[in-house]
Write a protein that binds this ligand. Sequence first.
Ligand code: ADP
Ligand code: GN1
Ligand code: MG
Length: 372
Amino acid sequence: MNPVTREQRDEAIAHFKYEGTLVKDCPYGSGHINDTFLLIFEIAEMGRIKVILQRMNSAAFPKPVEVMENITGVTSFLKKKIIENGGDPERETLNVIPAVDGKPYYIDSTGDYWRSYKFITDASTYDLVEKPEQFYESAVAFGNFQSLLSDYPAETLHETIEKFHDTRNRFALFKKAVEEDVMGRAASVEKEIRFVLEREEIANCFAEMLDRHELPLRVTHNDTKLNNVMLDDKTGKGICVIDLDTVMPGLAMNDFGDSIRFGASTALEDETDLTKVSCSMELFELYTKGFLKGCDGKLTSKEIELMPMGAKTMTFECGMRFLTDYLQGDKYFRIHREGHNLDRCRTQFKLVEDMEQKWYTMNEIVKKYSNN
Ligand code: ADP
Ligand code: GN1
Ligand code: MG
């Protein structure tokens, strides 16, 4: 996607139902996909109101209208449950601000799609765990999210990115990218390519089980990074799961696993000093405990047993996706420096290796919580 221009941003701002005078607007957050902006409005006698404005990434999501249909469907469903449970629907789920024509999105004159959300106040997202309890609370929130959506009509959901967590298909796409080598980068990353090719069985594991109908498909989030859950600044509780673009039928173990690959790492996703990168067993244990609590008994014993495999699969898949994007010229994930996707790929592979070393411990931890 081209960078957002000032004119485009102004056009989008003018086409949402906002009140008051705009006093600040700036880029916001550290997501890799959408272009996120924070807007602050001054409203007479009410003070300052924040909102989130996003240009949706239509390269990643070719059908933005379907994405918004999923999001409005899921958030209205969640809202009802939150109210029934005595919660606050303004803070515990995303609230879409409609465009002036009443639609949940605005298409600008260049053809880009925009959407806007109420800002979730007094809460924060994290790129790295600062205190272990934060990771536990994020686990309860993501588990609870899955549990709340366990009776959502899955057949009404669009597949917003085809074969998103079909790791076997990602492996095939990776091999194609290596063969095509459009940027001429393959020779310089031979070691990383070999790392992937030697581990094809990770890519095939869940796909083969799905072929044999051994795993249930559930409504899952599919992008359970720590920075996709807002933690309340006062109570520390996971108040709201955000970034709902990829809510689709998927595997419970992958939601568990994607959180582990990002949040149980002892370093940032793009750390260049690999000696700092490992999968913390303390954090793995806390997340296991919190996720199972949040899932509220809804997972089968097979799904629970496969949670470590979910962690390894998602970490391997993500590293392979970063490497594929590096080989293809950094077209998918937003980068902030040369070689950024390669740096990200290397942290993921370091984590996979570390999980291979800690495999026995990971399985023992999961066993310990599987009957609680
Ligand atoms: P991306 O798909 O690019 O990751 P996100 O929807 O996750 O985009 O948004 C990026 C960041 O913006 C989040 O990590 C979070 O910090 C912030 N954010 C998004 N929505 C809200 C919201 N409704 N209230 C407060 N902050 C938000
Ligand atoms: C992207 O959108 P964001 O930054 O939360 C990506 C995830 C990856 C993640 C890696 C739609 O997540 O699948 O795991 O980057 N989202 C999409 O950090 O591709
Ligand atoms: Mg995000």
